[in-house]
Each structure stands twice: as structure tokens, then as C-alpha cells.
Design a protein. Structure first.
Length: 410
């Protein structure tokens, strides 16, 4: 019996299994990355480093895992997603285990920053790019459910890491998380399938005619996309919108401690970003399918900037929790919609490659935002100007998206 027939016999469209596989990739990879707030203080105490320097550990990983999408995306288009994603998951797990043996902060940057950075860079884009091939009408919803793994990983991993660090120390925690990534990553890689055509299906669950099952996908090739001014407008959106996206992930916990909250309360606030993010990914992707993904994306980026400005006024756990939930909601919607909106514009022909190149814009925002915010705090004792600049970037990005076309001709 063929895989397609087996899937049909169970009444399950295999595209949703691919969504589950991508969910596991996001959950394990980004969950491991977003344990960082729980390690912030232990690493600072162990190596006597400032906030700006400690922030560089996370920023280095974030820069790599977004910029490497430009490599992993085209590679997955060429050889299929499974070997690329499998390699990425192995890098994350082994990088975390190696970080447990670090004797200097530079070694942590190499093992955690580079290991997790390369690993997520080789798994995220191929996984989310694969989901795009399995859906058309429900692409926003499918993308949202897949990247909900990031939200749930963000929600669960920091508090769990804090508990594990309390029981086994930061070195033991890195080993435990590394082994977990290797196991879950292997399962996710096994479940992935490159496209519905490879299983005799077509997007959204209909049986594909045999003669068309291997036909080329529609859309623009990568070279054409890179020559198009609309792509570079979207690239500017990625850079400006993500300049502030990862600042709360790194600095919300120490910001809360500056207000007199405990380290565990600060870590829980980062977890609440994950709660909001999960809701945004599950709910906003489906809403965007109905109201228009471009219009929804512009509104979401605008509200991200508003949430950052609210952060400046938030004092105490309750107010910071409201910020974390609201920011997470819009962050989750952004992550869910960017891949789907990109495919709406440029088509499926070079899906993973186009998404991978686009995500290099996110890489520069990720590298600069948290690090500059940390250095600004070290210099001024305040996060005021970093937050204002990040919010302004969101407002400009929202305006750019609002005037983008709905689709491009082939």
C-alpha cells in the first residue's frame, strides 16, 4: 500500500502530519534557544560578564539561525528537507551538550551560539518551507499551527529550564536539553515529506492526477525574485520589524529583576510571551486567511510596535504580564504570516530558497536588537531608547506592508 493510500485510509491528510513534524522542529529547536533567559544569570555569575556581553550569546545564535536560511532553503529545495532538517537537529543537540563543558563565555558562544545557530538555521526554513507546499487555501492556518511549536517551546522551555538548572546546575541542564533535542528531532525528521506530489496528492488534501503529480510548482524563480523591488521592500520589513522582536526574549527577565521581581518571576514573564505567541499562531493565521494575509500582517506589525511602547509604562508583575501576553500574541501572528505572505507574493517554485534569503533580514535585526539594548543599558542604566527605536522600526515596517501589492504576476 502506498503512503498516500495509507494516509487516506486513516482519513488523515498527510499535510497535517507534515505540520506536526514542523511543529516538533520548532518546539525543540526554538525551545532550546529560548531557554536562554533562564541561563542569563547563571552564565553571568559563572563568567562575570555584563548584560551586553551575555546578550551576545543569544544574538550570535539568532543571527546564525536566520542568516543560514539562505543556505538551507535552497539546499532543501534541491535534495529534500529531511537530510537538512536532520543535520540541523543534530547540531542543536550536540551544541547544547558541548556547552555544558565550556570553561569560558567564549566557549559558550561557540558551542551554544554556533551550535544552536547552525542547527536552527538548517532546520527552521526547510521545515516551514515544506509546510507551504502542502497547503494553499489553508496556508495561513497550517503555517500558524506549525510555528505554534515556537510559541509552546517559548512558553514551556524557560520555566522548565529554571527548574532543571535549580536541580542539576546550568551544565547539567544543557546536557538534559541536548539529549531531548536529539530524540525529538529524530522523530520530526522521520515524519517530514517533501511535497504532496511525492505522495500522489495535491495541496489541501485532494488526490492529485497521476499525470500532474510531478509537475513543477508555479511561481517565480529565486533570481527573478531577487531582482524584484517588492522583495527588497519585504526584506526591509523583516529587518525593521525584527529589530525589537527578540529584545524582550533576552531583556524582559533582567528588566523585571530591576523592578524588584525574582529571577523565577522574570523567567515566567518570558514564558508568558510564549503563551501569547501560541495563541497568535493558532488564531491569527486562520483569521488572516479570511481577511487577507497582507492586511493582517500590516496590522500585526503595527500592534507589535504599540505593545513595545506599552512596555515603557509597565511596572510590576501584572503590567509586565499584560505586555508579555500582548507582545507574544502579535509576535506569533507575525511568524505565522511571513512565510505564507511571501508565498502569496512569489509562489512556490523556490519557496524554501526565497524564505531563506528573506530571513537573513531577520538575522540582522536579531543580532543588533538584543546586543545593542544590552550595551545601551550598560551605558545608561535604562532600556528607554532601545525600546523606542524598536517600536519605531515596527511602525515603519507596518506602513511598508500596507502599501505592498496582494500578488505579483509570474
Amino acid at each position: 500500500m502506498s503512503e498516500a493510500a495509507a494516509a487516506s485510509g486513516r482519513g488523515v491528510f498527510y499535510g497535517w502530519i507534515v505540520v506536526l513534524a514542523a511543529f516538533l522542529v520548532m518546539f525543540t529547536g526554538f525551545g532550546a534557544a529560548y531557554t536562554f533567559p533562564a541561563f542569563f544569570e547563571p552564565l553571568s555569575d559563572a563568567f562575570g560578564a555584563s548584560r551586553g556581553t551575555i546578550s551576545l550569546v543569544f544574538s550570535a545564535a539568532g543571527f546564525l539561525y536566520f542568516v543560514l536560511g539562505a543556505v538551507s532553503g535552497p539546499l532543501a529545495d534541491r535534495i529534500g528537507p529531511r537530510p537538512v532538517v536532520g543535520f540541523g537537529m543534530a547540531c542543536i543537540g550536540l551544541g547544547l551538550i558541548a556547552a555544558s563543558f565550556a570553561q569560558s563565555l567564549a566557549a559558550v558562544i561557540v558551542f551554544y551560539g554556533v551550535g544552536v545557530g547552525i542547527g536552527v538555521g538548517f532546520s527552521y526554513v526547510p521545515a516551514i518551507g515544506t509546510v507551504q507546499r502542502w497547503f494553499v487555501a489553508r496556508r495561513g492556518q497550517a503555517s500558524g499551527w506549525a510555528v505554534a511549536g515556537i510559541g509552546i517551546g517559548t512558553m514551556a522551555a524557560p520555566p522548565l529550564a529554571a527548574l532543571v538548572i535549580g536541580a542539576f546546575g546550568w551544565r547539567g541542564a544543557y546536557v538534559i536539553f541536548g539529549v531531548a533535542v536529539l530524540l525529538l528531532g529524530a522523530l520530526a525528521t522521520w515524519l517530514l515529506r517533501a511535497s504532496p506530489a511525492s505522495m500522489g496528492l495535491q495541496p489541501d488534501g485532494a488526490a492529485a492526477p497521476a499525470a500532474k503529480a510531478g509537475g513543477p510548482p508555479s511561481g517565480l524563480d529565486l533570481r527573478t525574485v531577487l531582482r524584484h523591488p517588492v522583495f527588497w521592500k519585504l526584506y526591509a520589513v523583516g529587518w525593521l520589524g525584527c529589530l525589537g522582536t527578540f529584545v524582550p526574549f533576552v531583556h524582559l527577565a533582567p528588566y523585571a529583576q530591576d523592578q524588584g521581581l525574582s529571577r523565577l518571576e522574570g523567567v515566567w514573564l518570558v514564558g508568558l510571551i510564549g503563551v501569547g505567541s501560541t495563541l497568535g499562531r493558532f488564531v491569527l493565521g486562520g483569521i488572516a486567511d479570511r481577511m487577507g494575509r497582507g492586511r493582517a500582517l500590516a496590522l500585526i506589525i503595527l500592534m507589535t510596535g504599540v505593545a513595545l511602547l506599552y512596555w515603557l509604562t509597565a511596572t510590576g508583575f501584572t503590567a509586565l504580564a499584560i505586555f508579555a501576553l500582548a507582545f507574544g500574541l502579535f509576535y506569533g501572528g507575525f511568524v505565522a504570516l511571513i512565510p505564507a505572505y511571501t508565498i502569496d507574493l512569489f509562489g512556490l517554485r523556490a519557496a524554501s530558497a526565497v524564505i531563506g534569503v528573506l530571513y537573513t533580514s531577520v538575522a540582522f535585526g536579531t543580532l543588533l536588537g538584543p546586543t545593542l539594548a544590552g550595551w545601551a543599558f550598560d551605558a545608561t542604566g535604562s532600556y528607554l531608547w532601545p525600546i523606542v527605536v524598536c517600536a519605531a522600526g515596527c511602525l515603519i515596517a507596518a506602513a511598508i506592508v500596507a502599501f505592498m501589492p496582494k500578488h505579483l504576476p509570474e
